[in-house]
Design a protein around this ligand. Structure first.
Ligand code: AMP
Ligand code: ZN
Ligand code: ZN
Length: 318
């Protein structure tokens, strides 16, 4: 690192970004990240300066950096932490929540953190919702994704936020894109975007303001701005396919700087040109219980899960 000098002030750089041919010192790196995020929010019309924004924060580097960036840019950005009840021998959710609460301890007046504890609302958390035996890790990760999406949307609706933002970075987006492309999954490709609009069935607008930053850049942002975050990934994500996709993309990136960024940008251009027509979406209707949009008739997937599990009786063990 030390051999590169900051392009703006010639001080020693803290990061070199070969895909942009850009090395920057700490101060200028933070400034560059914040300015680039502001441009990206504007370019994709994610939200307006007067909008109240709900930031989904997990306790990791991406979402806490995102929260800090939005606050520094002057947005009214409140946080939402969902306690998923994952222990896995390392108190994962509890410790993640501690990092979020620690960050929130320094918030300015008027900025809030909402905490949703699944177990206290539904009687069961993610591992119990996924079932102890059936399906293993894969089932758990898909249930967890479903629960997070449903509950983020529900909370945003109930609390009156016009937009939810998540900390997905470019490595996340490129890995998902890679998987969707391998399967040529048009239905998912057409819905993969930095911003998904609201619909008239109660889906709240969703945006990913960090989708153009590499994971190492969001980690560097957190470190340079002294944000304390949980470094481990969720214990259940070990061996996940998306991690293998990330490794493949990183090995291509090391041979040719900018591969990941180009892959994602070219996709967005192709999508904008209409390469993936949006004519195969299932008919959506409103869930009888929670009132959110679903492709199923009667209850949505989330309500089936919580209903069925409630009917099965309380979790054993504790
Ligand atoms: P992941 O699905 O774990 O890759 O996380 C992607 C994004 O979802 C994060 O950057 C957060 O914005 C959000 N997120 C993940 N876990 C939580 C959580 N427990 N509570 C609130 N938001 C979360
Ligand atoms: Zn500098
Ligand atoms: Zn429902």
């Amino acid at each position: 690192m030390g051999v590169h000098r900051c392009r703006k002030c010639a001080a020693d750089s803290v990061i070199n970004m070969p895909q942009h041919r850009l090395a920057l010192c700490g101060e200028h790196f933070l400034e560059w990240v914040e300015k680039s995020t502001l441009d990206f929010i504007g370019k994709h019309r994610m939200f307006e300066p007067q909008d109240r924004v709900l930031v989904a924060v997990s306790g990791g580097k991406d979402s806490l950096s995102l929260w800090r960036i939005l606050l520094k840019l002057g947005y009214q950005a409140d946080g939402l932490y969902i306690d998923l009840g994952i222990d896995a021998g390392c108190d994962y959710s509890k410790r993640s929540g501690d990092y979020v609460r620690k960050f929130a301890g320094d918030l300015s007046p008027g900025i809030e953190l909402h905490v949703l504890d699944l177990a206290s609302v539904y009687g069961k958390a993610v591992p119990e919702m996924a079932g102890r035996r059936a399906g293993g890790r894969k089932k758990l990760c898909s249930v967890c994704g479903l629960v997070k999406r449903h509950e983020m949307n529900r909370m945003a609706r109930e609390l009156g936020y016009p937009v939810i933002v998540t900390g997905h970075n470019l490595d996340d987006e490129a890995a998902v894109l890679f998987g969707n492309t391998l399967r040529w999954d048009v239905e998912y490709l057409v819905r993969q975007a930095p911003v998904l609009p609201a619909d008239d069935l109660g889906l709240v607008k969703r945006a990913k303001p960090l989708a153009r930053f590499y994971e190492r850049e969001s980690a560097a942002y957190a470190i340079v701005s002294n944000i304390d975050y949980i470094e481990e990934e969720c214990p259940f994500s070990k061996g996940a396919t998306s991690i293998r996709y990330k490794e493949v993309l990183n090995s291509m990136e090391s041979g040719s700087a900018g591969t990941k960024l180009q892959f994602y940008h070219s996709f967005l251009r192709a999508r904008k040109k209409g390469l993936f027509p949006d004519n195969e979406r299932p008919e959506l209707q409103v869930c009888e219980k929670c009132g959110q949009a679903t492709g199923l008739s009667g209850l949505c997937a989330f309500c089936r899960l919580t209903d069925q599990e409630k009917a099965a009786g309380p979790a054993n063990g504790e």
